[in-house]
Design a protein around this ligand. Structure first.
Ligand code: FES
Length: 354
């Protein structure tokens, strides 16, 4: 029977359940593997007893589950299924025949195949054999390499589409249109931007100028005024430039001094008078016609030699130091003064002989 038609797993399990429901191995009579063992009921009973400890069919003939069937098959295997194959070849041996006859339920086909081929097969191998070739369902890892790999898809060549040529059409020139409202708004915005920028530029310029002036004021504060006084020594020229009896007034504005070629106590000499009134410090004037120095403040008068003769001035005018320099010119030194009331006019530094 096994050679003529392969049984599916469902058929195998249904046969096993039906056999269990009928009472055990005695109902598996139709299988050819069970026929030779039918003459030996004693052996079947021995097998039943061997599996009775582990397989307990449901009471009242209830249908066992798949787990029960598998457990029963394993119990039979442990109980001596291996020696059962041998009795298949040697049925005369009593224990082996009993073992072989004790396979009533789950694997009648396997028992028959084992009896024919002499090879023991477990449940997994039986299921794999039933699945192999029947339908392309899931398979084990061992059977996976035998499955043909799917053919890769051939890439279709992409046809290059020629880009459509663009033709640039030359449009006829249109006459200029008058400015629209948007353009007027842009013009106004531009004007405002320019005006604002100009105002900002003016403001920044004013700020920069103010900063510069502030810096100059600060520098001026850091460096205070210094009176630029004329040097105390200066040259007025040679003796020939001062004739006898002459009062030179040209150095008054710059140096505040009269250069006089006059007579003092019977000695002709050149001397330098200080242009400061001895009363309160005003500047007298030389009166050529009157041959005197006259103070405009309180009317004090001084002779050509500087001696006071009128007014509130208490004493004569003062003299500066004068000498002949190395180059022959007359040099006046204002840092040194001479007073007549102190007898200093007799000092040779207070005059130059002619
Ligand atoms: Fe010259 Fe008074 S200041 S007279």
């Amino acid at each position: 029977m096994a050679d003529k038609k392969k049984m599916s797993v469902a058929e195998i399990l249904a046969a096993a359940r039906s056999s269990d429901g009928k009472g055990g191995a005695a109902s598996v009579a139709p299988t050819p593997a069970a026929e030779p063992e039918a003459a030996q009921p004693a052996a079947e009973e021995t097998a039943e007893k061997a599996t009775a400890g582990k397989l307990k069919p449901a009471a009242g003939g209830a249908r066992p589950s798949v787990a029960d069937i598998m457990a029963m098959a394993r119990a039979k295997k442990e109980a001596g299924e291996a020696p059962a194959a041998k009795p298949a070849a040697k049925p005369a041996t009593a224990p082996a025949a009993k073992s072989a006859a004790a396979k009533p339920t789950a694997k009648p086909i396997a028992a028959a195949g084992a009896a024919k081929t002499g090879v023991q097969r477990d449940t997994a191998s039986i299921l794999a054999a039933a699945r192999a070739g029947a339908k392309p369902g899931p398979m084990s890892k061992a059977d996976a390499p035998s499955r043909p790999a799917p053919k890769p898809r051939e890439a279709k060549p992409v046809e290059e589409k020629a880009a459509p040529s663009r033709t640039v059409a030359t449009l006829p020139s249109k006459p200029l249109k008058p400015a629209k409202k948007g353009e007027d708004a842009e013009d106004r915005r531009g004007f405002l931007q320019i005006a604002l920028g100009s105002a900002m530029a003016v403001g920044f310029s004013a700020l920069a100028v103010t900063g510069g002036l502030f810096s100059l004021g600060l520098a001026r504060f850091l460096f205070p005024n210094v009176l630029a006084e004329p040097p105390s020594k200066f040259k007025v020229g040679f003796k020939d430039a001062f004739p006898s009896g002459k009062v030179e007034t040209k150095y008054v504005p710059q140096y505040g001094v009269w250069v006089v070629n006059g007579d003092f106590q019977g000695l002709q000499q050149i001397y330098a008078l200080k242009t400061v009134c001895t009363h309160l410090g005003c500047t007298p004037s030389w009166l050529e016609a009157e041959q005197k120095f006259k103070c405009p403040c309180h009317g004090s008068g001084f002779y050509k030699d500087g001696v006071n003769f009128e007014g509130p001035a208490p004493r004569p005018l003062e003299r500066y130091s004068i000498r002949v320099a190395d180059d022959g010119q007359l040099e006046i030194d204002k840092s040194k003064t001479f007073q007549e009331e102190l007898g200093q006019w007799a000092d040779p530094d207070s005059y130059v002989t002619v």
